[in-house]
Design a binder for this molecule. Structure first.
Ligand SMILES: [Zn+2]
Length: 151
């Protein structure tokens, strides 16, 4: 048996909405998705919010070439560094030479980097797009990225 989570992070990596907005979007997220529970996580450092078993391929956002998984892993280690916080410095992509941060790569199943996240365990509603997404973004006061995690 796997656990399934629907996760929201700000589209702008590391952005933390004001306290009132965080409470507001958490309540709205619960109301829309009807999960077993919703948890908010706020950390000092920028962490990786992954898709777990849903993790797919990774592509260059500029030319669409698939990026080598081992290459990506090395960039992750370098960026995380001894500070144990992602800096998301631009790296030169081996395909076309574009300079992009790890948050801006094209993840087949969305993933991203955040200080603030909301996770809904086993939601009834998975379709976070259109009006529900607009409502959540209005509550949070920022654009959001939706991640589907299976553990
Ligand atoms: Zn490229």
């Amino acid at each position: 048996m796997s656990d399934h989570y629907l996760i929201l992070i700000p589209e702008k990596a590391g952005h933390v909405p004001a306290e009132e907005m965080r409470a507001h979007v958490q309540e709205k997220f619960r109301a829309i998705t009807q999960p077993l529970k919703v948890e908010a996580e706020l950390t000092e450092f920028v962490r990786f919010e992954h898709a777990g078993g849903n993790t797919g391929r990774i592509f260059c956002p500029d030319c669409g070439t698939e990026l080598n998984y081992a290459w990506w892993g090395e960039r992750m280690d370098q960026d995380f560094g001894e500070e144990k916080s992602f800096k998301l410095n631009p790296v030169v992509l081996p395909c076309c030479g574009a300079k992009r941060g790890l948050h801006d790569l094209k993840y087949e199943s969305p993933q991203g980097f955040a200080r603030f996240s909301l996770s809904a365990l086993e939601p009834e509603m998975w379709e976070i797009q259109g009006q529900p997404l607009i409502d959540l973004e209005t509550a949070a006061g920022c654009k959001l990225r939706v991640i589907f995690r299976r553990i």
